[in-house]
Design a protein around this ligand. Sequence first.
Ligand code: PMP
Length: 409
Amino acid sequence: MTLDTLPARSVSNSLPFDTLAAQPADALLSLIALYRADDRPQKIDLGVGVFRDDAGDTPVMHAVKAAEAALLKTQVTKSYLGAEGDAAYTALLEGIVFGDPTAGERLNGVQTPGGTGALRLGAELLARANREAQVWIGTPTWPNHAPIFAEAGLSTRSHRFHDAASGHIDFDAMLYDLAAARAGDILLLHGCCHNPTGSDFTPEQWQAVADLCAARGLIPFVDLAYQGLGDGLAEDAAATRMIFDALPTALLAYSCDKNFGLYRERVGALWALSANSAIAERVRSNMLSLARSLWSMPPDHGAAIVRTILENDALRADWRDELDAMRARLNGLRAALAATHPRLSAIADQRGMFAMLPLTPEAVAALREEHGIYMAGNGRINIAGLRADTVPVFAQALRPHLEALNGNA
Ligand code: PMP
């Protein structure tokens, strides 16, 4: 008798799964399926959040290919590294993220499976330190943020930060909502290239955020998933560096999956800043013990690629050049789209891969059905899904929906 032929009813321990409620499918994955099934040749995919070049591809970066070739030749073992992953990778990346770090022994970094793993490890660490802490998350945000903290056992609160109609930050609304935050609460911040709005704080607003955290005892948790895709590597890390300089305690979840184009390799890191080196040592031991139970050790290949690139001057320069070109493409498309309608002007000032268009769900559906233009239901578009020649096509399809907003204003 095989397992397949066992009558289901004779299995007496089947009850636990009966209690599970079905979960909603990922909305963006459903959108991919719809896009694939659409046979109109002029269809435009602005849904999925990956970089695309002018041909619509998400290519492997040159430096990544070269690093993979080098690894194939030189790697002599795949034996375990340990819960912290590749320490040389984390140390080299620390230079890219923090410049010349001044925090020294107060700063702990470990490799993680992507930015998601970094956020989850940070959430577990914070939950272990203080179960009562609430995590404040600006809306809208990356849809995975709240579930990551909630699954780690922390309660989440949302605060306003963005005015959808103008596409600009509403800093007063954010400060108003954060008046309800308690000492020890966590404030989640997008380090640059906000997903989904593209709206980042000005340096003055960042300073006010740091002052607020200091005055109210809030712990900033920066999520930096797009360094180099906004204004430049150093520019995009400036806010993170300022926060880490200004406060005794802070966390940073980092992803290399966009700026090295390594998505499926799952490359990230978590840094935690502690008030002094004795606390930092305890923090490190907790980061490692949590990582051990979550994934034992992070996947090596992607981090080994990033290490190989960063330790070789020629590969590093090649990577930076290609990243510069990716950023120039995004910012060029932003300027072109913003110029097509006054309602879109904020897009030129925003940064990164995404923008939120002021569209109703009906307008989003109409664009899909009538023009084969695919975007997330909330009006988020991936700027990299456009091309110089499709910007005017997209703008023309958008125009009646933007004019309708004017009529309603
Ligand atoms: N944070 C933000 C804001 C993101 O947009 C993403 C990826 N979409 C992540 C974190 C997670 O990145 P990763 O794919 O490296 O897990």
